[in-house]
Structure formats: C-alpha cells, structure tokens
Design a protein around this ligand. Structure first.
Ligand SMILES: Cc1cc2nc3c(=O)[nH]c(=O)nc-3n(C[C@H](O)[C@H](O)[C@H](O)COP(=O)(O)OP(=O)(O)OC[C@H]3O[C@@H](n4cnc5c(N)ncnc54)[C@H](O)[C@@H]3O)c2cc1C
Length: 462
C-alpha cells in the first residue's frame, strides 16, 4: 500500500516538503489551518504566503542566497518555480507578485492527484509510525506548540534577539585590538575590540538615539528581558547603561594608548575560520538602513559589510542542535521531521530549502531508504550544517544563509573571486551528490489545465 506523509503547515517549507514526497511516489496529506484560523501575520488563504516582503533577495549566484536559489532550481523547488513564473522587476533581486505567487503554489499543490489539502489545524500526531513533517513556521499555532512541548519543553524559543554579524575582511584591523576582558580567554584573545574615546562614544550615542526604528505591529510586540534589551532602549536610559552594559570597557586596555577606553564594541567570532564576527549584545530594532549608518560610526567598522542585521522579533523555533538529529528529526520522536523556519533557519529561501530537505528525508525514510544530506560546501548543506551542534557555540541562533556558514575555501582566493569559487564548488558538489543518490525529479503536474481560469484560486496564475 502506498504510504502517506502528513505535513503540517502549507507555507514555503510545507509546500516544498509535499512536492518532494509526491516526487517519491508517496501520498501527502497537507494540513493548513487557513482560512479557518490565521496567525497574526498571515492574511491570504492561499498556500505559500509571503508574510512580509515580496523579495527572495539577491539573484546573484555568487552571493550565498543567490547560490541557494540556484541550487533550489536544480533540486526542482516549487517555490523557485512559482517565484520565476510570477516575478516582478526588482533590479538585482528576485521578487514576485505576492498574490500570484501564492496562487501559483496553491494551484500546483491542490491540483496534484497525490496531495490532499486538509484545511484544518494540525493538533494531533497522526496515527501510525509513518514519517510526518512539521512546518508550521515562526508563528506556529498553540496546538503545535503544545505537541512539541511534550518532547522539547526547554528547547522551544519564542523570539529572536539577533546581533548583527560582519565580515572580518571589511573591518579596519588598525583601529581594533584583540583581547579578552582581564586576559581571561585562551591564547592571545578571543575578541576583537573596537575602542572609543569620549568624543567617539558621544557621536555613536547621538547617531543611535537619532536613528529610525521599526514600528512593531501588535503581534510583533516583544516583552524584552532585562538581560536582552535592544541597544537603542539601553541608550535611552542614559550613556552609562551602554557603557556599563554591552559596551563596558572594564578589563580591556587599548595597546595603542595603554589606557582603558571610554567604551568598546566587542566582536565575537561566528565561525571557526574567523571570517564572520558577531557584534556582542547589539540586538536592535533599528531599521536596516539605520543599522548600516549607526554601526559604521564605530571606529574600525566604517566599511563594515553586514552578513546579518540585528533584529528582535516574534519567532518560534527549536534549539536545533539539542533536539534535532542531522536529518532534522526530533531526537525524542524520530518519526517527526521539522521543516522551515521552525527548525532554526531564517528567511523565505532558507525556509523553502530546509523544508525541501525535510520532505526529501521523510520520504526516503518512508520508503526504507537511508536519509541523505547535501554536501556542506553547497548552500543547502551549509545551511543544514548550521543546525548541528558546534564546538564553542554557547547559544544557538537562527540564521540566514551566508558564506560564513560554509567550510573555508581551499587555498588563498582573492576576495573578489570568492563568490565565483563558492559557486563553482557548490554546483559541482551538488551535481555529484545528486548522481550518487536516488533523487527523483518532481515531474510535471499531471492535472495541468490548458485553459485555466485566472480568477479562481484553483487556477494557475498565468
Ligand atoms: C512577521 C514576519 C515577517 C517575515 N518577513 C520576512 C521577509 O520579509 N523575508 C524573509 O525572507 N523572511 C521573512 N520572515 C521569516 C520567514 O522566512 C518566513 O516567515 C517564512 O514564511 C517561513 O516559512 P515556513 O514555511 O517555515 O513558515 P510559514 O510560511 O509561516 O508557513 C507556516 C504555515 O503553517 C500554518 N500553520 C501554523 N500552525 C498550524 C497548525 N497547527 N496546523 C495547520 N497549519 C498551521 C500557517 O497558517 C502557515 O500557512 C518573516 C517572518 C515573520 C514572522
């Protein structure tokens, strides 16, 4: 008898997972609670809703997110297919008409003979032992939270407080010094420190206090923990809040002046290679343009290149390194694969990619095939690798795809050629990998209607 995979959540991740399961010849029951229930951010009854921006970010395949999109194309992603079918001009980015995009996804899934869409809240584990995929996203309903709570009571988080991450190459080493507070670290020092004198600190504070902030929508209101306040909130409490908080200089002596500076910005290594660095304690709700402007007033960061901006927002996600196995299964209940943003990735493209692999592996397990992982030098593999335990990482944070997640490039490659080198390695690696595993193509939709009705949700968008 043909096996059925239950997939909870008809967002980007759940849609990809469903298409992988039918590519494997399995039946799918896709649970989507809309339109009976909407999360506070979802509005459109269609599947694959883009809750905020309509952009899938850069199309440049020599950027990490561009490369991930290219890989998704090779892997037969339904999200990429629909985005290309419904794209709107957006310069170097890939953007879609959000209504048409979701309608295209809905049409592709709802017209597939092997996919049953149940417009119900997923509130119980399906009977039996067959694999299931949980892809209910950053605003998963309470029913899913309580299902997960049974297995991961202390490893389910409800908001992100993300500090910006910058590339090492973009920092001015002459203005920074390496040291740990009171020399407590191992070796020469684990932190890069950007020292500020009185004048520089005042200038930074002024820029911070004048900067634009995001206006939270009601569901985005976060009750901040005192230990995790946005830096602009701390700045408003007076200069000493920052100088005694995340910018405290105690225990640090600037070797150039022999003195303790007025304040410091500390940067902590994000990856083993030291190619990306985290601005410690700099979680913020400033807008992205304001972050670029304000943080570049920090001496040494004038030309900083940000691989991630700071944020604080509602986001349900798992402490993946603790609770998921390498194939995104709950260790405590291995029939359940976790897909999309809930697993600890961040962003539309990343959620789609991660959902695709959750669906691929759930399907393989249902067919008694061994699960597989894309190689770590591909964007898909690097992203999945981020969800694994990592030596020295104290706190797991969700991440967008970025080259800092990749293994180091072999040899010394000039900065301007690194994107091209990554692209070449990743495409070769992914193709070799796909030849070595049974990865069935998605195939065309057998029920494609040659003359669709454009006004109906059941119709394709063009
Ligand atoms: C407010 C907000 C704005 C964002 N903006 C952006 C952005 O601009 N760009 C970007 O790249 N990323 C953005 N993200 C991050 C993230 O990439 C997206 O949320 C992305 O849509 C996640 O994909 P997903 O498939 O994991 O979840 P979703 O796309 O959220 O899909 C989950 C689906 O599950 C359904 N669901 C939830 N609970 C249940 C249940 N119990 N039973 C059945 N169905 C259920 C939901 O209705 C939804 O359709 C944003 C996130 C949030 C919260």
């Amino acid at each position: 008898m043909r096996k059925t995979i239950h997939i909870a959540g008809g967002g980007l991740a759940g849609s990809e997972a469903a298409m992988r399961a039918v590519a494997h010849g399995l039946s799918v029951v896709l649970w989507e609670m809309k339109p009976k229930r909407f999360s506070p951010a979802h509005k459109n009854p269609d599947l694959g809703e883009l809750v905020c921006s309509n952009s899938f970010r850069s199309r440049d395949p020599e950027s990490a997110v561009g490369l991930l999109k290219l890989e998704l194309g090779i892997l037969g992603s339904v999200v990429m297919e629909a985005a290309l079918e419904t794209r709107v001009p957006a310069g170097k980015a890939l953007a879609a008409d959000r209504e048409l995009f979701s309608r295209a996804i809905t049409w592709k899934l709802s017209n597939h003979p092997d996919i049953e869409i149940r417009r119900e809240e997923f509130a119980e584990w399906p009977e039996g032992d067959d694999p299931a995929v949980l892809a209910t996203g950053p605003l998963s309903s309470d029913a899913v939270i309580s299902l997960l709570g049974e297995f991961v009571p202390e490893n389910l988080f409800f908001y992100d407080a993300l500090a910006p991450i910058v590339t090492r190459d973009s920092l001015n080493a002459e203005k920074l010094f390496v040291a740990d507070r009171y020399g407590e670290g191992e070796g020469e020092g684990d932190y890069l420190n950007a020292p500020m004198n009185d004048e520089e600190f005042d200038r930074f504070l002024k820029a911070l206090l004048d900067a634009d902030q995001l206006t939270p929508r009601p569901f985005e209101e976060v009750k901040y923990f005192e230990g995790c306040l946005p830096i602009e909130v701390m700045a408003r409490r007076g200069p000493n809040t920052l100088a005694f908080g995340p910018m405290k200089p105690v225990g640090l002596v600037d070797p150039r002046t022999g003195k303790t500076p007025r304040a410091v910005v500390q940067l902590r290594r994000e990856n083993k290679e030291g190619s990306t660095w985290n601005m410690v304690g700099f979680q913020t709700r400033l807008t992205i343009p304001s972050q670029s402007k304000v943080f570049r007033t920090v001496p040494g960061l004038e030309n900083a290149e940000f691989v991630r901006f700071g944020a604080i927002h509602r986001n349900t996600y798992l402490n993946a390194p603790e609770v998921l196995d390498p194939f995104q299964r709950l260790k405590a209940y291995p029939r359940v694969f976790v897909g999309g943003q809930l697993s600890g990735v961040e962003g539309y493209v990343e959620s789609a990619a991660q959902g695709l692999w959750a669906g691929e592996n759930a399907s393989r397990v249902a067919k008694n095939l061994p699960p597989v992982l894309p190689p770590p030098d591909t964007a898909s593999g690097a992203l999945l690798n981020h969800l694994r335990p990592r030596e020295g990482r104290k706190v797991f944070e969700p991440s967008n795809v970025n080259f800092g997640l990749f293994p180091p490039l072999p040899g010394k490659v000039p900065k301007k050629d690194r994107g091209a080198a990554r692209l070449e390695i990743a495409v070769r690696s992914l193709k070799t990998f796909l030849e070595s595993v049974d990865y069935p193509a998605r195939g065309s939709n057998p029920r494609r209607d040659p003359e669709p009705d454009r006004d109906s949700t059941d119709a394709p968008p063009r």
